[in-house]
Design a binder for this molecule. Structure first.
Ligand code: FES
Length: 313
């Protein structure tokens, strides 16, 4: 965990606050790679603390600061509202070290798709693609220009950046974007409906797609949830997880260390190796292939399809 200082706050667009975070003693910050995010811990007096993930949108070579952009979400639990209303220059915030779920690797041809605030992890990726001399294009969609962050920054890339503004009737044509991707890998971040549609198109076309989701729209608890046993292979303990309980909570109660952060299936911190058994994946971290392979699972929300799991804990 890092305690950083808000060095500056600017409006990146309507409803989007850009924060620059630095070490209070001026130390270098831990390294990161394009596509990484940090967890921001939001302590609210008299209310439960929240943890939210924000992509780093600055330059990985600049070890003096992390840059994030916070979209104010009125419908959420209040984390982003709290940041918008309370975070000021000079304040301290607790954040995790950067974590990379995108595993971005520059290739000769790349297609980037961003919806709204999903532009944030894409910015350092296109900078890396440009620096590597890759052939790339960015498709960036938003509601209206005033709500689309970093438009000015993207102008330097000329016609490699295609902008779609829905209030002007402009829409991304996903089938043709995927069809044109051919041998390219597609990196995408944005609202669930955009990523769902893109996953469907890419799956049909057999195109390589890497997405990152900020929210977990999977159902994490159902009426039909059943009890199951989890054997912890490293510690030799066995725990029982009842409906309404999480593996993570039961593991922690048993005194077995298990890292966690968001506890909602979005950050990837609680990823755990599966030794045996069939996980019932309910997170937003793993893609379809990783779910099928089931080598790992997110134990904060995912469960067991059968009666028993063996986990490397
Ligand atoms: S703690 Fe974040 S995915 Fe489980």
């Amino acid at each position: 965990m890092l305690t950083l200082q808000v060095a500056s706050r600017v409006d990146e667009a309507h409803g989007i606050a850009g924060l620059v975070l630095t070490d209070p003693q001026g130390q270098h910050l831990p390294e990161w790679t394009p596509g990484s995010h940090i967890d921001v811990h939001i302590d609210r007096p008299g209310q439960p603390a929240l943890v939210r993930q924000y992509s780093l949108c600055g330059d990985p070579a600049d070890r003096s600061a992390y840059r994030i952009a916070v979209l104010r979400e009125e419908a959420g639990e209040g984390g982003s509202r709290h940041l918008h209303e309370n975070v000021r220059q000079g304040q301290l915030v607790r954040v995790s070290e950067p974590r990379d779920l995108f595993h971005f690797v520059p290739r000769e041809r790349m297609v980037f798709v961003a919806g709204g605030i999903g532009i944030t992890p894409i910015l350092p990726m296109i900078a890396a693609a440009e620096a590597a001399g890759a052939e790339w294009v960015l498709h960036y969609a938003g509601r209206e220009p005033s709500t689309m962050a970093f438009g000015g920054h993207l102008e330097r890339y000329g016609d490699r950046v295609r902008v779609y503004v829905s209030s002007l009737g402009q829409r991304m044509a996903l089938p043709s974007i995927v069809a044109e991707a051919e041998e390219a890998v597609v990196y995408a971040c944005g609202p669930a409906r955009l990523l769902d549609a893109l996953e469907q198109e890419a799956g049909t076309a057999g195109v390589d797609l890497v997405v990152e989701r900020f929210t977990n729209e999977n159902v994490v608890e159902t009426e039909s949830d059943h009890a199951f046993e989890v054997e912890l292979s490293l510690t030799g303990r066995t725990i029982t997880v009842l409906p309404g309980e999480s593996i993570l909570d039961k593991v922690s109660e048993a005194g077995v260390p298990a890292p966690s952060s968001c506890r909602g299936g979005t950050c990837g911190t609680c990823e755990t190796f599966v030794v045996e058994g069939e996980p019932d994946h309910r997170d937003a971290v793993l893609n379809a292939k990783e779910r099928e392979e089931s080598e790992v699972m997110m134990i904060c929300v995912s469960r067991c399809k059968g009666k028993r799991l063996v986990l490397e804990l």
